[in-house]
Write a protein that binds this ligand. Structure first.
Ligand SMILES: *Cc1c(COP(=O)(O)O)cnc(C)c1O
Length: 377
């Protein structure tokens, strides 16, 4: 389909082509000096001490949870209003995801208020998601984790470059997990990063990422080591040098592109305020958002399918973020849902609509989307 306004478009150009060409000329294709540079750059960007590059955010969440003691017999608090990977990672570890509702119909993140009643003696960790790039109210959540001796993980897939109270997303908990998938704010096609300020965790995650081995190929190549031991059951969740080279270029533009996203979102908010039957969450949100997506809430009477079809007829792509994870077949069959107590999550799941948003979008495109939306609602 040839959209007039697509849901998203990645920003890629000559700089990326040059960076990849350089990697190929170097003849060192994986886990080398570019990967190390990218790890340091992502860590520095959010204020954490360490970055551990991984193959994607899903493997990052899996490793972070393993490294923090999530395993059979334990529970992890997660939102249901998220991409399924957040909850799947808990299940990979043999643990049970326990779904928390969103804070309110204004703030679609989980909060201390919605997390605390779900804690049991089996709870091992809390994994938050900064929905659409708006950072959760982390200070009370971090305090709760400290008081109860729980691990705290951030799924930062929507929020690279975001912050709250001057602290970067990915630097609030024990570990932050970033995604560089095609449709994210910075992209390498596939790719991910775990950030942590804990030296012990960084060391065990580096080993878990590469088969549990005590030394890496680059060290042996450089003559620093001849042999290795395998300390535990690790995985191959490594990143390639091509990915890291792309990531370094993308990261250089992140701040400007998130800034452009902000301008577009502000324009959307002004225009959408004039359309009856549409409300926009996270108004005056206290975080520095990464503005990953543009979610709106339709009124109770509206047919979302009708609205999406009307937009499509006008050449405008839209999407849904998200169908609540507890309603999926796989979760129902595992006895993990559907959960009536997730009232707000389910209401949002039925009435949320995601409008196009990407940095190269023009202000005129926002006008087109809003005019089409006004016609169809
Ligand atoms: C995209 C996404 C992921 C998964 O990221 P991958 O890099 O594709 O594995 C996880 N959580 C959330 C909230 C996401 O949006």
């Amino acid at each position: 389909m040839n959209w007039r306004v697509a849901l998203f478009e990645p920003d890629l150009g000559d700089e990326e082509i040059a960076a990849i060409t350089e990697v190929i000329r170097s003849r060192w294709l994986t886990m080398g000096e570019r990967t190390q540079a990218f790890e340091a750059a992502i860590a520095q960007n959010c204020g954490a001490r360490h970055g551990i590059a991984v193959s994607n955010c899903t493997t990052g969440l899996h490793l972070a949870m393993l490294g923090l003691g999530v395993g059979p017999g334990t529970e992890v608090i997660v939102p249901s209003l998220t991409f399924v990977a957040t909850a799947n990672a808990v299940r990979y570890c043999g643990a049970t995801p326990v779904f928390a509702d969103v804070h309110s119909l204004e703030d679609w993140n989980i909060s201390r208020d919605t997390i605390e009643p779900l804690l049991t003696p089996r709870t091992r960790a809390i994994c938050v998601v900064h929905y659409a790039g708006y950072v959760c109210d982390m200070a009370p959540i971090a305090a709760l984790a400290r008081e109860r001796g729980l691990a705290l993980i951030e799924d930062v897939a929507h929020a690279p470059g975001a912050s709250r109270d001057g602290r970067g997303a990915g630097n609030w908990g024990d570990a932050g997990c970033f995604s560089f998938f095609s449709n994210k704010n910075m992209t390498t096609g596939e790719g991910g990063m775990i950030t942590t300020s804990r030296d012990d965790l960084a060391e065990s995650l580096r080993r878990l990422r590469a088969h549990g081995m005590t030394t890496v190929t680059l060290d042996r190549h450089k003559g620093h080591a001849f042999s290795y031991d395998v300390l535990g059951l690790g995985y191959n969740f490594r990143m390639t040098e091509i990915t890291a080279a792309l990531g370094l270029v993308q990261l250089r533009h992140l701040r400007d592109r998130n800034g452009r996203r902000r301008e577009l979102v502000e324009h959307y908010r002004r225009r959408l305020a004039q359309i009856p039957g549409i409300s926009v969450p996270f108004a005056d949100h206290p975080s520095e958002s990464a503005f990953h997506i543009m979610p709106v809430l339709l009124s109770a009477g509206a047919s979302r399918l009708h609205v999406m079809q009307g937009l499509r007829e006008r050449g405008i792509q839209s999407s849904i973020h998200y169908r609540p994870v507890d309603t999926f077949t796989s979760y129902r069959e595992a006895g993990l849902g559907p959960l009536d107590r997730l009232e707000r999550t389910h209401l949002i799941g039925e009435r949320e609509l995601t409008l196009p948003l990407y940095p190269s979008m023009r202000t005129d495109d926002v006008e087109l989307v809003c005019a089409a939306l006004a016609e169809v609602v």
